[in-house]
Design a protein. Structure first.
Length: 971
């Protein structure tokens, strides 16, 4: 059976859960006949619906039920999968059966709770107030002055979104004009400005991780920040650092920087610094453990609840939280809580995560916003520490029914939400706005001059200002402002440099690379027609013939792959295909290029394969966010190249003695089917390069730059090699699927090392065109060992205090004459009659939790960041070309017993703790230093609830990959 047949038959047997059948074909049905069925399902906690998302096509008109044309933009629906049920009868029968099964199946699941469903998350209350740390002191002073003058309505306005597609950005808040606070524009995403024109499509996070270049990480952040500011975006919805990459197939791993917490954390922090240095508020997302797309949110995958990522406390701290801690330490202004549950409590309602870890332990001073419809409760989420709901819609998209908005107003008026809490929510938002200088009118002019100058929901110059509403007011919504920079400062140059440094050379037999533009070693007189013959093979070498942006949010894999898909993708302003750059780099007076830009071996194949002197074959593997899918993929459940790239490579090399393979991919790809074949001379893993793809590739292929990328993940020999924890859960094991992170700390290379599994290419590996030696390791103690960080300091600053009198409800009633737009979220009440407070405060509300000893500063107790060891080595370029080496520093703890429990503590064989990329001319030597902090040299003690530095020796190893560590010493 082909995969397609398998899929079809499993669907005909209707929804045998666990076939590889993400059941979201019913997505489209949602708004039609099956709506009722879905609503009749009682979920465990809350309900919501999948959303209509993606872009909007301004011209499409949709027929309403009465057959009338409905005006205005309509959502572009995600493509349906498969095509097995095309007849009308099939659809009707299918719908009935599906409806029935949908009703019954989840109910049946309730009887069989998944293993792990007993795990819970402890309550932590009340919500710590912002304004306690000196780095934010002035912003809080100004914010307090402003919030002190705000009405309750205004406080609700700035903490509740206006509703999906009510205004021009993917997220919009309403203003508090009386006190001078503007509406905010929140926009995706991690690699550029989503739904915008004339903006850079930067290399994706995973490519940035592969550069291991701190300077480039920061500069890309600056570029992103500048472009967002010039387009009028206040809050950038990036960087992504969760998913971290527990599973190599996780659909959104590519938005972040790779599965090592330290690499991820450094890249995230530098990106945040860059963006915020331009005055744009960055968002560390998705907090936390949203490691796979399957079941990430309720209803999107039919089930009434999202998956629960069940994580123990130590793993949380040492792995998944680490990059968020670095982000808070970098001063990030916003954090986005994720869709999934963590230990069976929704991340956006989880008081341990928001109140406890983020705001107390990490000292986060900005505001927590929900992922889009990740908020699952009203009062409870506010008490648990959520500060802003996005996009404002409640459990259902675009029905105007927010969980906050008027409900938050009412909750405050009847005492369910303390005034204190809503004041803190508003103050956090305003403080972040001041913190990055957005009150500066020169840079952030007020409306109508300022604000977003593009629309996420229309490509027309003039269109609706409230895209999804019954208000037909139009204005210029797209100013087509070019924010890409000019001349030497054209951002494409930087994007190209990042893409080139994010390209990892893993094989280079006989130094076949770099290439000579005039051709290879074949003497002129032996060349046919005097030309050196180069064959370029594979669809991935060329463009999508229909256009680079044809699929919604890039949700198809056609032509060269330069980005994954979803909210983290952008419109390409241009995309340089590899073949174009090859044609413009090879000297065509000496070289003849033959192209076969397809993976279809039947097309023209016999004509082009033979007698090439050199063959370049390009293949790829794509993935993306869960509201879209391509060819059955969201998460990758198989790491082989897509579109049968393996067969293509094998065929090319069968007929070509010098074959070079280039892989564009969202993460690790299994290379085993051909990597050892004799004609495969060189392999480049080029990740996701963004708009300058071809130019960057040519830079590396022809040696205009050194090959200096290093793997930000392990390339295993099979998906199985990553262990049970490395597998995406595709079969739900209950109504709220339970995913136990049983492997603990042992993900990616930590798993391979622990179980002695030989990867194909290890984490940190990559070849250069020159050679280096590393010598003279010197470890200097800067501070002696001591088990615990300094005691937490008393809070040095008092958070703003406001009167807590509850305002008169009559001040919150809809103003007479205000036109209510369809679907829009308002803060107002219909009448001043307030329902009595019948809510119960959550468990643990009154046992005020103690302050964490690991807290006290941004990113945690400041003494965690004291430098304890200085690690220095000498690096020499021993080759004949200039090049860049990445010096990597790993730490190995020795077995020890926990200070509080006396139990043995298990450690990974080694963990990355620092790195530096250094550029060297041939023959040159440089000293490279990294510093290890207390936190780097500690483990998280669950008993102590603190970072503990073991008193035994810690081995420090230095080298050029996680498995090439020639030098070691001790601290
Ligand atoms: C994604 C976020 C994104 C948001 C707004 C969500 O589906 O998970 O990453 O920022 O949508 O588009
Ligand atoms: C690319 C060109 C592209 C141009 C678009 C350049 O960086 O190299 O191929 O057409 O940008 O502005």
């Amino acid at each position: 059976m082909t995969r397609q047949d398998e899929l079809a038959s499993s669907r005909e047997g209707l929804l045998r859960y666990g076939e590889d059948t993400p059941t979201r074909d019913s997505f489209d049905n949602y708004s039609s006949s099956s709506e009722l069925d879905l609503h009749e399902l009682e979920p465990l906690e809350d309900t919501t619906s999948p959303r209509p998302r993606g872009g909007w096509s301004p011209k499409k008109k949709k027929k309403s039920k009465k057959g009338k044309e409905k005006e205005g933009p309509q959502p572009i629906k995600p493509k349906r999968r498969g095509g097995w049920c095309r007849t009308r009868n099939c659809v009707i029968v299918g719908t009935i059966l599906t409806g029935g099964l949908l009703t019954l199946l989840p109910m049946a699941f309730w009887l069989v709770p998944g293993k792990g469903s007993g795990i819970t998350s402890p309550p932590v209350y009340p919500s710590p107030k912002g304004g306690t740390l000196s780095q934010w002191e002035q912003s809080y002073e100004k914010a307090a002055a402003m919030v002190g003058k705000m009405s309750l309505i205004e406080k609700v306005n700035i903490t509740t979104g206006t509703g999906w597609a009510q205004d021009l950005c993917v997220g919009n808040t309403a203003p508090a004009y009386n006190v001078g606070f503007p509406p905010l524009c929140l926009q995706d995403g991690p690699l550029g400005i989503r739904f915008a024109d004339h903006a850079t499509a930067w290399p994706a996070g995973i490519t940035v991780g592969a550069t291991w270049n701190k300077d480039l990480m920061y500069k890309r952040g600056r570029g992103l920040g500048l472009e967002h500011r010039l387009k009028g975006v206040n809050v950038w919805l990036g960087p992504s650092m969760g998913p971290l990459g527990r599973m190599p197939g996780g659909g959104r791993n590519w938005e972040g920087f790779g599965p090592d917490p330290v690499l991820q954390g450094i890249a995230a922090a530098l990106t945040i610094k860059g963006v915020q240095d331009e005055g744009v508020i960055a968002t560390a997302k998705h907090y936390i453990a949203n490691e796979q797309e399957h079941f990430r949110q309720a209803w999107e995958w039919i089930l009434p609840n999202a998956i629960s990522s069940n994580i123990d406390d130590r793993t949380m701290h040492e792995i998944y939280l680490w990059p968020f801690a670095d982000s808070v330490r970098a001063g990030v202004g916003s954090v986005m809580c994720s869709y999934n549950m963590v230990n069976n409590s929704y991340a956006c309602g989880n008081s341990k995560l928001m109140n406890g870890i983020l705001k107390d332990e990490l000292g986060f001073q900005g505001f927590v916003q929900s992922d889009w419809l990740a908020q699952r409760s009203g009062v409870a989420s506010s008490l648990a520490g959520l500060d802003m709901t996005m996009p404002g819609d409640g459990l259902v998209w675009q029905d105007g029914n927010s969980l906050w908005g008027s409900k938050l107003t009412e909750g405050v008026l009847n005492g369910s939400v303390p005034m204190d809490r809503v004041n803190d929510m508003a103050t956090r938002v305003v403080a972040a706005w001041y913190q990055f200088g957005q009150d500066d009118q020169a840079k952030w002019p007020a409306l109508p001059k300022g604000g977003p100058n593009f629309s996420s929901f229309s490509k027309n110059k003039v269109d609706k200002i409230h895209p999804y509403s019954d208000d037909d007011t139009t204005a210029v919504v797209n100013h087509f402002k070019d924010v890409q920079g000019e001349g030497d400062r054209f951002h494409g140059r930087l994007a190209q440099q990042i893409a080139a440094e994010g390209t990892v050379l893993v094989k280079n037999v006989d130094n076949i690379l770099p290439l000579d533009p005039k051709g290879g070693l074949v003497p002129r007189n032996l060349r046919r027609d005097g030309k050196y013959r180069v064959g370029v093979f594979g669809e991935d070498a060329g463009s999508n013939p229909e256009g680079n942006n044809i699929c919604p949010d890039r949700s198809c894999n056609v032509g060269t792959l330069a980005s994954g898909w979803g909210s983290g993708a952008v419109d390409f302003p241009f995309l340089v295909p590899p073949v174009e750059a090859l044609e413009s780099t090879f000297d065509l007076t000496a070289v003849e290029i033959t192209k076969s830009l397809t993976n279809d071996l039947s097309t023209n194949w016999p004509d082009v394969h033979g007698q090439q002197d050199l063959c370049l074959v390009l293949i790829n593997s794509d993935a993306g966010e869960g509201y879209l899918s391509w060819n059955g993929v969201t998460d990758r459940t198989d790491l082989h190249p897509q579109k049968d790239g393996d067969t293509l490579v094998k065929r090319v090399q069968d007929n070509c003695a010098q074959t070079i393979v280039v892989v564009h991919a969202v993460g690790p790809v299994i290379l085993e089917r051909w990597i050892e074949l004799p004609n495969i001379k060189a392999v480049l893993l080029a990740n996701l390069p963004g708009e300058e793809s071809g130019n960057a590739l040519a830079d590396v292929l022809f040696g205009r730059v050194d090959a200096s990328g290093r793997l930000p993940y392990t390339v295993g020999k099979s998906l199985k090699d990553y262990g049970p924890g490395g597998q995406v859960m595709t079969k739900p094991n209950g109504p709220s699927p339970q995913q136990n992170f049983d492997e603990g700390l042992f993900i990616d290379y930590r798993y391979f090392d622990k179980h002695n599994i030989k990867p194909r290419y290890e984490f940190g590996f990559g070849l250069s065109y020159t050679t280096f030696t590393i010598s003279k390791l010197n470890i200097t103690t800067l501070k002696p060992k001591s088990p615990l960080p300094s005691p937490r300091l008393d809070q040095s600053l008092m958070p703003p205090a406001y009167p807590t009198t509850i305002p008169d409800p009559s001040s919150a009633v809809f103003p007479a004459g205000l036109r209510r737009l369809k679907g829009r979220i308002y803060p107002y009440l219909n009448s001043a009659a307030i329902r009595e407070d019948t809510s119960h405060y959550p468990d643990g509300w009154d046992n005020h939790s103690h302050l964490s000893p690991a807290g006290g500063g941004e990113g945690g107790n400041p003494s965690l960041y004291d430098e304890h060891a200085l690690v220095a080595v000498s690096v020499t370029n021993t080759g004949i070309r200039p090049g860049k080496q990445v010096v990597q520093v790993y730490v190995s703890f020795h077995e020890t017993t926990d200070v509080s429990t006396g139990k043995m503590i298990d450690f990974p064989v080694r963990v990355l703790r620092g790195f530096e990329k250094v550029e060297l001319r041939a023959g040159d030597t440089k000293t490279v230093e990294t510093r290890l902090t207390r936190k780097d040299l500690s483990y998280w003690s669950v008993g102590r609830q603190n970072w503990v530095m073991p008193d035994g020796e810690v081995t420090v190893s230095v080298g050029s990959s996680s498995r090439d560590l020639p030098l070691s010493g001790v601290y």
